[in-house]
Design a protein around this ligand. Sequence first.
Ligand code: HEM
Ligand code: HEM
Length: 218
Amino acid sequence: MRSVEVWDFATRAFHWLLAVLVFVCFFSGDDEGLAFIIHAYAGYMVFMLVMFRAGLGVVGSKHSRFSDFAYSWAEIKSYGLSVLRLRPARYVGHNPLGGLMVFAMLIVLAITAMTGIFMVAAHLSWLEGVHEALGSIMQVLVALHITGVIVEQVLTGERLIKAMVTGSKETLSDQTHQVPALAPAWRPLLLSAVVIAVGVVIFVQINFGAAVVTFSAK
Ligand code: HEM
Ligand code: HEM
């Protein structure tokens, strides 16, 4: 066994900020008053975080790259069977089912946030039902995600949650050839600067702040 850093700081900061903000969205999905203003701003930040994660998926550290956890259906199926046999295969980064769940959550979050933004900024009230349905799907995905993490942690004894906090995992000796390469810090820094700039420009262009206040008062 040896300890390797699997999740860089950018990925961990992204994860816990995202989890907090998504829970805030779940508990503030009212359509008026202060709760709605909190919902809208938290949702807008989720939108920016997902853009940031999309960038990390291309220029981030080894195990944060999309190519690292985009598995074939055959691999997903055989991993699923190994879980059913209660002997899941071990992976340093996301396992095939986990990787699929990460893609699903990022895609659903992106569309949920965008439908919310369009509904309010472009007065597209027909998007309300779509947005609420996506919000409900997201609640199911998060429940499955947390259950999946706990089940894997129990079955393998691997401390996944701790790894998402500290970044490090104890890997099996036969996995050491997969020692991850961390991206230099300037990449997530530059990426966050670009994402914040794009987020602010869109916010101003669509007059989001005023649209949210108008919507909350109706
Ligand atoms: C709304 C809440 C949450 C959302 C939207 C969410 C979303 C995500 C996403 C997108 C990833 C992929 C990380 C990446 O590669 O960037 C991830 C991984 C992970 N999450 Fe969450 N998460 C949530 C809550 C939680 C909670 C409460 C826990 C702890 C119990 C948790 C534990 C983990 C762990 C351990 C991983 C890494 C899994 C692995 O080793 O492959 N998450 N989560
Ligand atoms: C990805 C982030 C988001 C998530 C997970 C999310 C989730 C939800 C959920 C679950 C509901 C339904 C609440 C309920 O019926 O009790 C809801 C409602 C709502 N959301 Fe979001 N939301 C997000 C982002 C946004 C954004 C950015 C906006 C834009 C301002 C927005 C605007 C609304 C509105 C207006 C409603 C109320 C619809 C109604 O009941 O009339 N959401 N959201």
